[in-house]
Design a protein. Sequence first.
Length: 210
Amino acid sequence: MKIILLGAPGAGKGTQAEIISRKLGIPTISTGNILRAAVKEGTPIGLQAKSYMDAGKLVPDEVIIGIIQERLAQPDCAGGFILDGVPRTIAQAEALERHGINFDAVLSLEISDDVIEARLTGRRTCHACGATYHVVTAPPQKEDICDKCGGVLEQRKDDLPETVKHRLEVYHSETEPLKGFYEGKGVLKRVPDLGGIDETNAKIMELLGK
């Protein structure tokens, strides 16, 4: 199965991608990861991406699509894949289509902005080992101290209230229109917010007919 995961930042795309990947035996392709890997490996398209990143510019769509094509040509993608983090815009979705990359299902994780804001602004990350906590739903045993390594917990810049608001605005203006785009192609499946990871995943598997 060829799947796209759509959803606002903090909607749980990474978590669900991991579970679907395990259950269906197909790889998750996260744009950020493959971009970093292509740059590290020094592939021609990776070097092209690096020149934009070094200049502090956004990597253009065609370069991103090229890197995705490179990744999808690898043998582990023969039985399907899950895309997380791309397409972000209708222009990217159209570019994927032009390159003959089509999808069986586009899963949209439907979570309200209020829930996302509470989820992200309450998140705390260990400076030393990277473990994550939440002040309400998964607090550490000792305030601001990591249970695992004793490191100091901090709020990432990405999770500050004003940054979260901005990230949501960008999502609504640039990425959300993709729902209409894929609905028109008959592949959009809306996943309601069922509160828990397992419940949401059960709904996803049902929508995928698995």
